[in-house]
Design a protein around this ligand. Structure first.
Ligand SMILES: Cc1cc2nc3c(=O)[nH]c(=O)nc-3n(C[C@H](O)[C@H](O)[C@H](O)COP(=O)(O)OP(=O)(O)OC[C@H]3O[C@@H](n4cnc5c(N)ncnc54)[C@H](O)[C@@H]3O)c2cc1C
Length: 453
């Protein structure tokens, strides 16, 4: 059946009878197992056009794969066509303009590696193996977000193959409605084949994890909620409730110990960082471990990669958080203490600072007055724990959900249904529906947090 496709594209076409099939269909989240009819590994825009036309012609479900990290497994589908963009890894930095053109198969680490050579960086995620395409289309936050905004706030244009096979560029000046929707609306509108981003000067940073004993967590969380809004954008500490992983990177006596972590990044030299972090040193109890040091930005970005290899079981739920009242702190501590595995965690990622300088209706991402993007993730290598990971994350989420704004970051959602999608886009949902009607009226691209018309 795929002979037609094989003849047209330059990339590999992998079907179930191929020895490579099981490897090629694997997703980052080992909890999700899907069997597509074919996987086409696109090497160019032309391959993407052919793949879209082919899938549409046969009426196949189409899934689009960037880095394959999506928690809900939207990078694949059963009995359909996977358009795998992983071979498309071109990056071109324009140092004078401080911009970069990036292909959709790049991971966060690919982008950091190349931009770092120019003393520049893209504000994006914090784990180097994540795909930059899916991350961008959902919004994208990380250590540079407080200073320079979400990844979408640094997106200048995107090349995209639409459902009817047409290729267009979306920017503020061309297809502005599509450009608006791409900034937060996920993979609903077509296959993005190139992103042009604004970059920022970043060379070395001062950062790393600081671990506090869980008995100090209440004090740390209360301090953190007051400190963060006053902290300069160059400093981004995210907060975690978790256990110390039993790996050599951490002292053996701390392995498995329940902690409250502040994972810090200051974009600048150590002496300036220490000034900003003065209150943290003065006000908080002595930490169990302080791993802050000066390092290359890409090294901080990949610091936690070894803990999170592909294929672990993941079940996560997210929400956007504006405030952290005492009752919410207590619920966090109660539920974090019941974590079913050493890797399970709750993280609060700052999305204040520069994120607030964009209006709620200026992009599809509406949470422009929030403070954190929260994720509660049950994680473990053992598939036998899948049920426990899932029920822990769900129970924890249900307990703290009343203290959130009611919607989540789309990239921290499982397949949770239309009510959650509507809550996430809020007042922007109706406009997303209009853009969907214009660019994908038959909902060809529906393996995603789907905007239904
Ligand atoms: C370990 C880990 C760490 C993470 N850290 C962060 C973080 O720091 N910050 C953050 O913001 N997020 C983070 N995330 C969430 C991340 O943004 C999502 O998992 C995102 O979906 C990953 O993108 P991907 O390209 O790998 O996704 P994939 O699974 O390949 O794709 C996900 C979906 O994105 C869409 N898509 C992907 N590429 C394209 C394209 N070129 N054109 C159209 N649609 C496309 C498709 O709809 C697809 O269904 C993290 C995830 C993990 C697992």
């Amino acid at each position: 059946m795929t002979n037609d496709l094989r003849e047209r594209v330059r990339g590999e076409v992998i079907e179930p009878d191929d020895d490579r099939f099981d490897g090629a269909r694997k997703l980052y989240n080992g909890m999700i197992d899907k069997r597509p009819r074919a996987i086409v590994r696109c090497t160019s825009v032309a391959d993407v056009m052919d793949a879209v036309n082919y899938g549409r012609g046969l009426g196949l479900p189409i899934a689009v794969r960037g880095g394959g990290h999506n928690g809900a497994g939207f990078a694949s589908c059963d009995d359909g066509l996977v358009i795998d963009l992983s071979p498309m890894k071109g990056i071109r930095v324009e140092p004078d303009a401080r911009t970069a053109w990036v292909e959709p198969g790049c991971t966060q680490g690919d982008v950091d590696h190349v931009t770092h050579a120019f003393g520049l960086a893209l504000p994006a995620g914090i784990v180097s193996t994540t795909g930059v395409a899916g991350l961008t289309l959902g919004g994208g936050h990380g250590y540079l977000t407080r200073q320079h905004g979400l990844t979408i706030d640094n997106l200048l244009e995107a090349d995209i193959v639409l459902a009817d096979g047409r290729y267009v560029t979306a920017s503020e000046n061309e297809h502005a409605d599509l450009f608006w929707a791409l900034r937060g609306g996920g993979g609903n509108f077509g296959v993005v084949t190139g992103f042009r981003y604004r970059l920022h000067p970043v060379t070395t940073v001062y950062g790393g994890p600081i671990f506090y004993d869980i008995s100090d967590a209440r004090e740390v969380m209360r301090w953190y909620r007051e400190f963060l809004p006053k902290a300069p954008g160059r400093f981004s500490p995210f907060l975690g409730l978790k256990k110390v992983p039993s790996v050599d990177a951490f002292p053996r006596e701390l392995w498995g110990r329940q902690i409250c972590a502040l994972v810090c990044c200051f974009n600048g030299p150590a002496d300036e960082a220490e000034q900003v972090m003065g209150p943290l040193r003065a006000d908080l109890p002595d930490p169990l471990l302080d791993g802050c040091a000066t390092m290359r930005y890409p090294d901080l970005q990949r610091m936690f990669d070894p803990l999170l290899p592909s294929g672990l079981q993941w079940y996560w739920k997210g929400d956007i958080v504006r405030e952290l009242p005492d009752e919410a702190v207590d619920l966090h501590l109660e539920h974090a203490a019941k974590a079913p595995s050493e890797l399970s965690l709750m993280h609060l990622y700052p999305i204040d600072g520069a994120v607030h300088s964009v209006g709620a209706q200026e992009t599809a991402w509406q949470f422009r007055d929030a403070t954190w993007s929260m994720v509660i993730a049950g994680i473990d290598p053992d598939p036998a724990l899948a049920g426990d990971l899932t029920s822990w994350a769900r129970n924890y989420w249900e307990a703290v959900h009343p203290y959130t704004v009611g919607g989540a970051y789309v990239n921290f959602m499982m397949d949770e249904g239309q009510d959650r999608i509507r809550a996430t886009y809020g007042d922007n949902h109706a406009r997303l529906v209009e853009v969907k009607r214009t660019y994908d009226p038959t909902n060809l691209f529906h393996v995603n947090q789907n905007i239904q018309t």
